[in-house]
Design a protein around this ligand. Structure first.
Ligand code: FES
Length: 227
């Protein structure tokens, strides 16, 4: 068959049609993806993957659902990357520089190699957001890391052992709780959700089968939008 590419999935060679993503190539090859597959649209970070092209030395990180296969690609997925998540109670901590020193002291061992930024599957400036976290500039860290999908590929390349996505998550939580002004209509809506006002709608939405995707899209496109 024309347009077939040779790829190596978990060390085993397969011929798959050009144009597939790594994720669909794995399914074409017969893998049943139970782990390492979520939204299929580049948002959930469940499909972190590393690959190397035959004959090249560079190791790449990517999302399997967003990356097209190439000839001679050696692929291994990372359905889970062991990030270090420190335990804290957001109600009891404050957005001081000390809290980062206390919870994630390893960020001060950053050697500035920028491997995290080069590895980021979302093309974020990871080293920069860690620098903001070091200085206690949580609003900037939150902004810079906003599109992080927590795939962990940055951390897999870090010689200082930093769990960048967890550092950024702490910064965003501190920023949301203590730094940004309260968003009144959001608080009201959360209260309404907790009071069960939308229970019926949520239940209806959840019972819609996946094959009703067009109907769900239609509901989304015709939803009531706040003025
Ligand atoms: S499956 Fe969610 S980002 Fe790829």
């Amino acid at each position: 068959m024309d347009n077939m590419l040779n790829v190596y999935l978990f060390g085993k060679k397969y011929e798959v049609p050009a144009g597939l993503t790594i994720m669909t190539a794995m399914e074409y090859a017969g893998y049943d993806l139970v782990r390492g597959c979520g939204c299929r649209n580049g948002f959930c970070g469940a499909c972190a993957t590393i690959y190397r092209i035959k004959g090249e030395i560079e190791l790449h990180g990517c999302l399997a659902c967003q990356t097209e296969i190439q000839e001679g690609m050696y692929v291994a997925t990372l359905p889970f990357f062991p990030l270090e998540k420190r335990i804290y109670n957001i109600e009891e901590i404050k957005p001081t520089q000390q809290i980062m020193m206390q919870l994630y002291p390893e960020i001060y061992s950053c050697i500035g190699c920028n491997a995290c930024t080069k590895a980021c599957t979302q093309e974020l400036n990871v080293m920069q957001y860690i620098a903001y976290a070091q200085r206690g500039e949580y609003d900037k860290c939150a902004e810079e890391s906003f599109d992080c999908v927590m795939c962990g590929v940055c951390s897999s390349r870090c010689p200082a052992g930093i769990s960048h996505p967890q550092v950024a998550m702490l910064a965003r939580r501190l920023n949301g709780k203590y730094i940004e002004p309260e968003c009144g209509h959001l608080s009201d809506r959360v209260k309404e959700v907790n009071e069960g006002i939308f229970d019926k709608e949520i239940e209806e939405l959840m019972t819609k089968a996946v094959d009703n995707i067009e109907e769900i899209k239609d509901m989304y496109n015709h939803r009531e939008i706040e003025k």
